[in-house]
Design a protein around this ligand. Structure first.
Ligand code: NAP
Ligand code: ZN
Ligand code: ZN
Length: 347
């Protein structure tokens, strides 16, 4: 088993640090990837700090992975040595349940195998992208189009598909009025993608400090949620609200902004419940929904969509030794708009 460099959490409270981990030998259907860049998702922070439940340490996180194929198993047909590829939030699923057969393996009824902190098919705990190499079964590996610069591609594998999926599912297009709550890693991708789909896009951020950026990225309107007038002004306005906030917010206040048959979909995953008053749903026959990542088919579709529409995330490159500081900046909503680890610094 190859031993590779990695950056791991050793407990819920200590800083992440350098370590080595073992990757499995390349099986017949596996692809070995030399990782070039790995994005930092807020889910990485929720996970290593135990906010979603206890995990086993040491744990390497990271599920926005791009790199180059350096070895393929004897039965691999989808990828070859030298290909630019990506890996997102899952690395396998049961392949036989109703949802897997429907091509929605992110909703595998037996639980998809997460890229990290998940029990793998061999019983080991999966270890993610803050490492120099990863071995993944070929059909959970995506093709990264040439048109997307490599150091920009990583965040698409989670932030990109997690926002693309609900926008596509709720059929956003010209004429749709879409609001995005929270302009961080996921939020800024939702703005770009919804704009490219032809929607009228409004950002609802805590303050106006990122307004100029929001408008440059494709938003038509930008409001501060700290201003109570915002909620009066925008009552009954939106067809779809994408909530990307990592903390608890007053969901009833946001539901009041939906027009007839509108939906508020939460992709943000705070550990606390978001209590809903049913009366907030009666008016305008509103829906409150959730959406988890996206399927492999949808992830490829999103990558191709981004290549076609010249969409890439706004990124700030960091070295391995900057990861802990980057976490603090994410927690302070001081990210513009996704940190990406230059994995060569782990070498
Ligand atoms: P992020 O970069 O930290 O962005 C979150 C944004 O939420 C911040 O930039 C901030 O935007 C806003 N925010 C933060 N704290 C807030 C508070 N107390 N009140 C109001 N707004 C607040 O995080 P991310 O990586 O985009 O992830 C966002 C959430 O989505 C996380 O909970 C993550 O775990 C979850 N997630 C879910 C999925 C899924 O499959 N559903 C996939 C990936 C991530 P403003 O400064 O603009 O207000
Ligand atoms: Zn993520
Ligand atoms: Zn399944």
């Amino acid at each position: 088993m190859p031993t590779v460099n990695a950056f791991a959490a050793t407990s819920a409270s200590e800083p992440l640090s350098r370590t080595t981990i073992e990757r499995r030998d390349v099986g017949a259907k596996d692809v070995l990837i030399e990782i070039a860049y790995s994005g930092i998702c807020h889910s990485d922070i929720h996970t290593v700090r135990g906010e979603w439940g206890d995990i086993t340490y040491p744990q390497v996180v990271g599920h926005e992975i791009v790199g180059t194929v350096t070895e393929v198993g004897s039965e691999v047909t989808l990828h070859k040595v030298g290909d630019r590829v990506g890996v997102g939030c899952m690395v396998n699923s049961c392949r036989e349940c109703e949802n897997c057969l429907a091509g929605e393996e992110q909703y595998c009824l037996n639980g998809n195998t997460g890229t990290y902190a998940s029990v793998d098919r061999d019983g080991s705990i999966t270890q993610g992208g803050y490492s120099t190499h990863i071995v993944v079964v070929e059909d959970f590996v995506l093709r990264v189009p040439e048109a997307i610069p490599f150091e920009k591609a990583a965040p698409l594998l989670c932030a990109g598909v997690t926002t693309y999926s609900p926008l596509a599912h709720w059929k956003v297009g010209p004429g749709s009025r879409v609001a995005v709550v929270g302009m961080g890693g996921l939020g800024h991708m939702a703005v770009k993608i919804a704009h490219a789909m032809g929607a009228e896009v409004t950002v609802l951020s805590q303050s106006l400090s990122k307004q100029e950026d929001g408008l440059r990225l494709g938003a038509d309107h930008y409001y501060a949620t700290s201003d109570p007038e915002t909620f009066d002004k925008l009552k009954n306005t939106f067809d779809l609200i994408v909530n990307s906030v990592s903390a608890k917010i007053d969901i009833n206040a946001y539901l009041s902004l939906l027009r007839l048959d509108g939906t508020l979909v939460s992709v943000g995953a705070p550990p606390e419940p978001l209590p809903v008053q049913v009366f907030s749903l009666f008016g305008n026959r509103r829906s409150f929904a959730g959406s988890g990542i996206g399927s492999i088919r949808e992830t490829q579709e999103m990558l191709d969509f981004c290549a076609e529409h010249d969409i890439a995330p706004e990124t700030e490159l960091v070295g391995a030794d900057d990861i802990n500081e980057a976490y603090e900046r994410v927690l302070a909503s001081d990210v513009r708009y996704r940190f990406v680890i230059d994995v060569s610094t782990l070498g």
